[in-house]
Design a protein around this ligand. Structure first.
Ligand code: HEM
Length: 438
């Protein structure tokens, strides 16, 4: 697998701007190497990610080098290299073995360089058991399918309100005009945020999660710790103070009053818990919904199927999650020397789990690149089981179903009308713009 081989690859643009795509995920981009040799490839190189995940590269890796070593990240000479796990079975193995593969040293390929790992580890996504399990359990009660199902009418009313607001328009941008306001209000209502604050929160969260994207974070990645994080703390502290005074039914109140191991959470743990839910709620569903709508517009036969048989929408949701997982990777760190599919992994090595790859693993899916609303597949968009399996699956599925149903009812003939752009990121797998004719 060439871990120790000299790579000897010349990069096309040596002084590329640092683009940590998610501050709390701390991802980074560099240009693609000129070589086609998979052993010489750095998977998160920017050149691979211009149009979203590099599916051809992943196919090659699955076929020839499924547990693959990238030897470093140009912009951060101190950052070590990382393993890329590209097959579904291996992603499954790593996800389930938290004792060998820890989440406590960073959750994306590059973390420390952007945000201190201590901050990331204040969120339960960046913890290992037992603390992880205790904190997660606090929230799980609020996220069961039954509890989430109780919100369907409310979520539908939000989606319908936003779609009806477009009635007089001929065109819109599906990301900015539909997906963003809907997901912001849904997660905002869960967290206890006032509707008028949805937009400033969304701007802040987008800048964080897509911090390397000049449109979403014009101040540049360096500003994350200097301006975004303090702003988030400031806004969040006001909310925390209010909930301390008067607890409500929202998740912020849960965090403020939670006790773990007999102790209340520290202020920064509350803020980061809040941040985790806001980030997950703001970006993920938005990403999969817009990519699903794009696929339906590009495959009119599939859209006709859904229009004729709306009961297929839940299956279409699973297919969209499979093909367009909202997060391209999460990372673990080996706690001991181990072997994965015959490859020696050393204690301390970073291990990236690539969901856009595992979700198109040809040993699991026939014709894996085809968008088939009847497929109703199992997939790893929410992770592959294990302790960190997504907390928000029921909410995400409900939001996606309602959004697809209502969009198809309100605008059955919607068509792409202009340039579709991707957020440039090896972490956040989402469209930046999706202009449509209504
Ligand atoms: C399309 C929608 C979504 C996708 C694709 C998605 C995907 C993921 C993935 C891949 C993980 C990490 C799994 C792992 O490391 O093994 C994760 C974790 C998590 N997700 Fe989601 N997610 C989505 C929606 C949501 C929503 C709506 C929420 C809640 C508001 C949410 C909250 C979380 C939380 C709190 C974690 C951390 C769980 C833990 O560490 O135990 N997610 N999600």
């Amino acid at each position: 697998m060439g871990r120790d081989r000299p790579v000897g690859v010349r990069f096309l643009r040596p002084n590329i701007s640092i683009a940590p795509i998610g501050a709390f995920y701390g991802t980074v981009t560099v240009m693609a190497p000129e070589s086609d040799d998979p052993n010489a490839t750095r998977v998160i190189a920017e050149g691979h990610w211009q149009q979203g995940p590099p599916h051809e590269l992943f196919k090659r890796l699955r076929g020839t080098c499924p547990v693959h070593w990238s030897d470093g990240v140009d912009e951060y000479p101190t950052e070590a290299g990382y393993w890329s796990v590209t097959r579904a079975d291996d992603v499954h193995t790593v996800s389930r073995d938290w004792e060998t593969y820890s989440s406590a040293s960073g959750i994306t390929v590059v973390s420390d360089a952007v945000m201190p790992v201590e901050l990331i580890s204040s969120m339960f996504i960046g913890m290992d058991p037992p603390k992880h399990d205790r904190l997660k359990a606090l929230f799980q009660r609020g996220f069961t399918p039954k509890r989430i199902a109780e919100h369907e009418d409310e979520i539908r009313a939000i989606a319908v309100g936003v779609l009806q607001g477009l009635a007089d328009r001929e065109r819109c941008d599906l990301v900015a005009d539909v997906a963003q306001p809907v997901v912001s209000r849904v997660i905002g209502s869960f967290m206890g945020i006032a509707p008028e604050d949805d937009e400033p929160w969304a701007v802040l969260m987008n800048a964080m999660v897509a911090s390397g994207d000049p449109d979403l974070n014009p101040e540049g990645p360096e500003a994350i710790m200097q301006s975004q994080v303090p702003l988030i703390f400031e806004r969040c502290q006001a909310l925390i103070a209010a909930r301390r005074e008067t607890p409500g039914q929202d998740l912020t109140s849960v965090l403020v009053h939670a006790e773990v191991d007999g102790e209340k959470l520290e202020e920064h743990e509350i803020v980061m818990g809040f941040f985790l839910l806001m980030a997950a709620g703001n970006d993920s569903t938005k990403a999969t919904y817009t990519s699903a709508m794009r696929a339906l517009m590009e495959n009119p036969d599939q859209r006709d199927l859904l229009l004729a048989e709306p009961e297929l929408v839940p299956s279409a949701v699973e297919e969209a999650l499979r093909m367009f997982p909202a997060f391209s990777h999460f990372r673990r760190t080996a706690t001991r020397d181990t072997v994965l599919s015959g490859v020696q992994i050393r204690k301390g090595d970073k291990v990236a789990l690539w969901y856009p790859s595992s979700n198109r693993d040809e040993t699991r899916y026939k014709d894996a690149d085809r968008f088939d609303v009847r497929r109703n597949p199992e997939h790893q968009a929410f992770g592959a089981g294990g302790r960190h399996f997504c907390l928000g699956t029921a909410l995400a599925r409900l939001e996606l179903r309602v959004l697809l149903e209502e969009t198809l009812v309100h605008f059955p003939a919607m068509a792409i009308d202009g340039g579709v752009t991707h957020v440039l990121s090896p972490f956040a797998n989402q469209l930046k713009t999706l202009p449509v004719r209504l």
